[in-house]
Design a protein around this ligand. Structure first.
Ligand code: HEM
Length: 406
């Protein structure tokens, strides 16, 4: 429902794609058009890309079910990961009654805010309910409050690490090192630095998404070209002739990135360099725990006592969120109670309730990368030849620093 008229229960998210293979996605039906005045863009380069190509509304205001569909259709993100990411962000940043979220700043276009609840309905830019610290190409909120603008200095770090550790491509080894560096940056310079659920999940997922979802599906080797990285991160634009991933991709290989420099959830508790592990926060591999923590802790803080349509919408959205972890054997939770029809749980009788088709777990098709013994040897001066013959050499090589700054 998006006309701000009478409330209707939000529709369920779509199931997995019927055809989940490689396909041209930068096609004639989805031309790049830069955002116009009033169009909203935000901290997620992939959602910005989907908006710039019309896979979601070009004005940057969308429903979660359409975002899930677009993430699958445009990038071949697997159904569970698309639902997990989208509903985790939507329930804390979106307007649950109108079923709309801004992919960036708060907007009146998502409809009137529910009364008497602490939730700000602030769009995906809102700090510390989903958006968080140590992004790869965006500054921390602490560093001036702008969490959405592409930051060239940070991107140069991304390139440098891709040259030093990835041989001129962004891959799992480079991801492990760069994620560690961004965490250290936060610990050392940001007194408010925190990385607990859901940021722990999103930070690691975002580290591997470019490897899983931005490598052209015909190339399909887990080695992201750096000119393509710039195209997505900076311009929010599919490279010319871009084909989506060859199969629905999860973020399961985030465990490889974590294993390179393991970290437990925590925060700076008394200024910089006071990182302290939060023993109550779920760890990265505990997706059931992350789901429960997000609902029981973050969501309930935002909506302590909803009633009426808002309560109905919250219950429905928690359930949609739950379907993203159902295949992992997680228990459904009902912190706001269930729908009751006297005989059975009416929620399950909702006519549009989808039989959840359990998608295949799209495990990463490459063997785990063994952590290497690194040296500070200078990075190569030029980029390697492209893997496939139908792509041009990485243009970004000219601007990449070739010496270590560590
Ligand atoms: C399914 C819905 C999605 C939602 C709601 C979402 C939301 C977000 C948000 C709020 C951020 C900012 C987090 C932060 O850095 O603090 C973000 C970052 C990011 N997202 Fe998404 N995202 C979605 C899908 C995707 C997809 C499909 C991809 C990849 C194809 C992707 C790739 C990324 C990357 C790489 C970043 C990190 C940017 C950086 O660190 O500089 N996201 N996303």
């Amino acid at each position: 429902m998006s006309g701000f008229g009478e409330y209707t229960r939000p529709p369920p998210p779509p199931g997995p794609l019927e055809y989940g293979g490689v396909k041209l996605v930068n096609d004639a039906d989805h031309p790049f058009i830069a955002p116009g005045p009033g169009d909203i863009r935000g901290p997620c380069p992939a959602l910005n890309t989907l908006a710039n190509h019309g896979y979601i509304s070009r004005n940057g205001i969308e429903s979660p079910s359409n975002i899930v569909h677009a993430a699958m259709e445009g990038f071949n993100m697997n159904n569970d990961l698309a639902k997990f990411t989208c509903y985790a962000a939507f329930v804390v940043n979106g307007n649950l009654v109108t079923d709309l979220v801004s992919i960036g700043e708060k907007s009146a276009k998502t409809g009137p805010d529910p009364l008497d609840q602490p939730a700000t309905i602030g769009g995906l830019n809102t700090h510390n309910v989903f958006e968080g610290d140590s992004s790869m190409t965006r500054a921390d909120f602490y560093d001036g409050g702008d969490v959405e603008t592409f930051n060239e200095t940070l991107f140069q770090g991304f390139l440098e690490y891709s040259y030093r550790f990835g041989g001129g491509r962004y891959n799992l080894t480079a991801a492990g090192e760069y994620r560690y560096k961004r965490t250290q940056d936060g610990i050392e310079t940001n007194p408010t630095f925190t990385i607990v659920a859901p940021r722990l999940f999103s930070a690691y997922s975002e580290s591997v998404n470019p490897i899983n979802l931005w490598v052209d599906g015909r190339q399909d080797d887990g080695q992201l070209r750096l000119d393509h990285a710039r195209s997505f991160f900076e311009a929010a634009r599919f490279p010319d002739d871009f084909h989506r991933a060859a199969r629905p991709m999860s973020a399961d290989n985030e465990a490889v990135v974590l294993s390179i420099h393991p970290i437990e959830p925590g925060a700076n508790i008394a200024g910089v360099n006071t990182y302290t592990v939060d023993r109550n926060a779920p760890k990265l591999n505990d997706k059931c725990g992350i789901f429960e923590y997000h609902v029981n802790h973050t969501l309930r803080t935002l909506y302590p006592n909803p009633t009426g349509d808002l309560l109905d919408a919250i219950r429905a959205n928690i359930h949609y969120f739950y379907t993203s972890v159902q295949a992992r054997g997680c228990s459904e939770i009902f912190p706001y109670g269930r729908f009751e029809d006297g005989e059975s749980n009416a929620y399950y009788a909702f006519p549009d309730y989808p039989e959840v088709e359990l998608p295949e777990y799209g495990t990463f098709p490459y063997p785990p990368v063994e952590p290497l013994t690194y040296t500070d040897a200078p990075a190569p001066a030029s980029a390697p030849a492209p893997v496939s013959t139908n792509v041009a050499p990485p243009a970004a090589s000219a601007t990449v620093p070739v010496t270590s700054t560590d």
